[in-house]
Write a protein that binds this ligand. Structure first.
Ligand code: FDA
Length: 325
């Protein structure tokens, strides 16, 4: 029952200030977020790729409040692409972005202009256009160095906008990926649409606090939905990215891939930095494509809290470290 409480805290500014300032937090955070700067993470990128792993890099940050912050997010990703260009790793290192960090939730002038008593209702509220304007240069820059971007899935209220941005970007950059969440009722239909279109789709269980009207609440229901959706992706024409640390789902994924006649380079596994690291290496050594989602940066609060919520033992470790200080 702790998970929902931690997820609620992950949206609280007061908790953000408290936890971000706690003197011991950083050593606990480091397990999941290996650095704050590009200089911190470049050695990790070099080490992991030398071990046969692939990476997807996430500059942490979400729920920003001003357009300047959204532009700063874009610039942080562009700086990352510049460093990746020097490393010449191509598609072995791709990018993951959260559109909320690019301004998706902000009121934007472009949308406001369309509003009014008789004007057409805007298709999307807030900063949809702003997020699109900020993410496009990142996708372009990534394509120029031979890699791609995946749009992370955030809470369910953001997803229609995310899928519209994804579809728009794919017209020019068909490799642009997106994430779907097994816990949402809508996802089976989303998977059917995406599997038919040849896109890159990462399937995850889902990490946000979602109401019972839109999402399964029980682990066994989420796991069953995950398997159904994964079957759709494996039997489809797209490139499935299996985002999970769950050993049962990983063996089911291998079996579904085999039955669908997929070769090892026709799908991949993805796991988070700091979680089941031995398994990353084991799967890579077995000849699977394994991509490690590696988050870095200073605004780590939301990302860190979701990792705590996923495993109560993490919270116990975190609290113990605060008490023992
Ligand atoms: P499950 O939670 O059942 O965990 C299986 C096992 O993995 C656990 O028993 C434990 O051993 C280990 N484990 C899992 N989480 C752990 C943790 N935090 N600490 C320590 N051990 C842990 N979600 C989302 O909503 N939008 C997104 O865009 C993404 N993106 C994303 C990318 C990638 C590459 C991954 C792997 C995951 C995401 N997620 C996500 C998060 C996802 O929704 C989910 O919350 C986590 O992956 C945990 O679910 P598992 O499938 O690992 O299963």
């Amino acid at each position: 029952m702790l998970g929902p409480v931690i997820l609620a805290a992950s949206r609280s500014d007061r908790m953000r200030r408290l936890i971000s300032a706690a003197p011991v937090t950083k050593q606990v955070v480091d397990r999941f977020i290996p650095g704050e700067t590009l200089d911190d993470v470049v050695p990790i990128i070099e080490e992991r790729t030398a071990q046969g792993l692939e990476l997807t890099m996430d500059v942490v940050g979400e729920d920003i409040t001003t357009p300047d912050q959204a532009r700063a997010a874009r610039d942080a990703y562009l700086a990352l692409v510049d460093r990746l260009a020097e490393l010449e790793l191509g598609a072995r290192v791709e990018l993951s972005v959260k559109l909320s960090m690019f301004g998706q939730a902000l009121p934007s002038p472009a949308t406001t202009l369309n509003e009014g008593p008789r004007g057409p209702a805007p298709a999307f509220q807030g900063g949809h256009e702003l997020a699109l304007a900020n993410v496009r240069p990142v996708v372009e820059a990534a394509a120029a160095i031979g890699t791609t971007v995946t749009l992370d899935a955030e809470d369910h209220t953001t997803l229609d906008s995310m899928f519209a941005i994804h579809e728009g970007l794919r017209k020019d950059f068909p490799q642009t990926g997106c994430v779907i969440q097994a816990y949402l009722f809508r996802t089976e239909a989303d998977a059917r649409r995406l599997a038919a279109s040849g896109s890159r789709v990462r399937l995850v269980k889902g990490a946000y606090k979602e109401p019972a009207e839109v999402a399964y609440q029980q682990k066994h229901e989420i796991d069953k939905a995950y398997v159904r959706i994964l079957r759709t992706l494996m039997e489809g024409e797209g490139y499935p990215m299996v985002g999970s640390h769950d050993p049962r789902l990983i063996s089911i994924a291998q079996e579904l891939a085999r039955r669908a006649g997929r070769k090892p380079d026709e799908y991949e596994f993805q796991m988070l930095y700091g979680i089941r690291s031995d398994e990353h290496l084991r799967l890579a050594a077995e000849g699977h494509r394994m991509r490690v989602y590696t988050a870095f940066g200073t605004d780590w609060y939301g990302y860190f809290m979701r990792r705590l919520a996923e495993k109560p033992a993490n919270l116990r470790f975190f609290l113990r470290s605060m008490v023992s200080k």
